[in-house]
Design a protein around this ligand. Structure first.
Ligand code: PLP
Length: 402
């Protein structure tokens, strides 16, 4: 277990975290706080969860030695292929686990927020699997730019509610989901999609995603003889794929950890989602964390080409790890991400999600030594982003000329 990744009894990572919820949700949240550990640790849960991860999600996901990219960046680069999971991203690791919890807690109705639609699809998928009612909140802007995921959710039987408040993206969808939860506290389980929200959600999601680093350990040992890398790289929106990537290494100081947040048009441009660079301490969606906000506490609109990173906050665990100097966070701009997405496509034949392309764009900013082992998590596949990649190929440098 990794101290950096573990919340204290009240859900704090250092001074970040906690559970700031309206009175009406108090009982739901404390019920969940009181029961989640015993559910997750029970033999019966573990068996069902791991069987589903293997036979339904398709785990373990491969750890792939990317030879052409390694040659280009002068290191040994391994890609953790979360893009090959059922439904195309890491999100399903978490939704499989949370729906098993919901069932054990006797809930009958599931709600979730979604940005790019990956968490909505992953939630609608497990609801179909378990025969449970599913309602998804999604900003209207995202409904438009991630249309195929909306169609998938509808086909899976979910009801999709377009949210028209704020700038109509992920943050507004979260607020709307919390509002719905307040009106249905008894029968509804809120499946949160990232390491955010009130305690115990950041801890639940991190545990569900920790399978990523659990697998990296033995896969790396098999391939390189060592069970740890020199570098871990992942993108960060709310923080779930990076939490899973870092989980079992958080206290292993041999491992350097680099996260890519969405710089949008640039951190000084006013059109950014780079929370670590531009945020200050505040409360967002039930937790004390880093938030992009005006001096008087109004939440600022986030902006990124990638709907999954377009969020004005970051999980409390990550805010703490930044504070401790344990992780280094780089801001990656839209154009850098698009170019990196094209590069992986052309050098390795893998079209990454635009979110994952932010992690790939860290590589040209680094200088590795040739024996460095680098593990980079490809959080999802880019099928949902093909139109955006094509529309923005002028950002792709040498790869955009076709
Ligand atoms: C949702 C999503 C992200 C961002 O969320 P995290 O919780 O930070 O992982 C990144 N990549 C993909 C493919 C996603 O769907």
């Amino acid at each position: 277990m990794s101290g950096n990744c573990i919340a204290d009894r009240n859900g704090y990572y250092g001074r970040f975290g906690g559970a700031y919820v309206p009175e009406i949700l108090h009982k739901c949240v404390t019920d969940l706080q009181d029961s989640y550990r015993s559910i997750i640790d029970s033999e019966e849960f573990r068996k069902e969860y791991h069987e589903l991860l293997r036979d339904y999600v398709g785990r373990p996901s491969p750890l792939y030695h990317a030879r052409r990219m390694s040659a280009k960046y002068g290191c040994s680069l391994y890609l953790k292929r979360e893009d090959l999971n059922h439904t195309g991203a890491h999100k399903i690791n978490n939704t499989v686990g949370q729906i098993l919890m919901a069932r054990r807690m006797g809930k009958t109705r599931i709600i979730a927020e979604t940005g790019a639609g990956q968490h909505g699809v992953a939630t609608a998928t497990v609801c179909a699997l378990m025969g449970m009612r599913c309602e998804i909140f999604m900003g209207k802007t995202d409904v438009e730019r991630q249309h195929t995921n909306v169609e998938r959710m509808r086909m899976l039987g979910a009801e999709v509610h377009p949210v028209t408040t704020g700038n109509m993206t992920l943050s507004d969808a979260c607020s709307e989901a919390i509002r719905d939860w307040c009106s249905h506290p008894n029968d509804t389980f809120y499946i949160v999609g990232s390491t955010m929200g009130p305690h115990p959600y950041p801890d639940i999601v991190a545990r569900m995603q920790s399978v990523i680093s659990e697998e990296i350990r033995w896969q790396l040992k098999e391939k390189t003889g060592h069970d740890y890398p020199d570098y871990l790289i992942a993108c960060v929106g709310g923080g779930s794929n990076s939490a899973g990537t870092m989980y079992h290494y958080a206290d292993d100081m041999r491992v350097r950890m680099i996260l890519a947040e969405a710089g949008g048009c640039g951190i000084g441009s006013g059109r950014t989602a780079a929370t670590v660079h531009c945020g200050t301490e505040g409360i967002l969606h039930g937790a004390r964390t880093l938030v992009m906000q005006t001096p008087d506490g109004q939440i600022e609109e986030a902006f990124s080409i990638s709907a999954g990173l377009d969020y004005p906050g970051i999980g409390p665990m990550h805010a703490h790890m930044v504070d401790e100097g344990r992780v280094k966070v780089m801001a990656v701009n839209d154009d850098e991400a698009v170019r990196a997405g094209y590069e992986l496509t052309r050098l390795e034949g893998i079209i990454p999600a635009l979110e994952s392309a932010h992690a790939l764009a860290v590589l040209p900013k680094m200088s590795f030594s040739p024996d460095d082992v680098v593990v980079l998590t490809v959080s999802g596949r880019g099928d949902k982003d093909v139109c955006t990649y094509l529309a923005n190929r002028s950002m792709a440098g040498e790869y955009g000329d076709f």
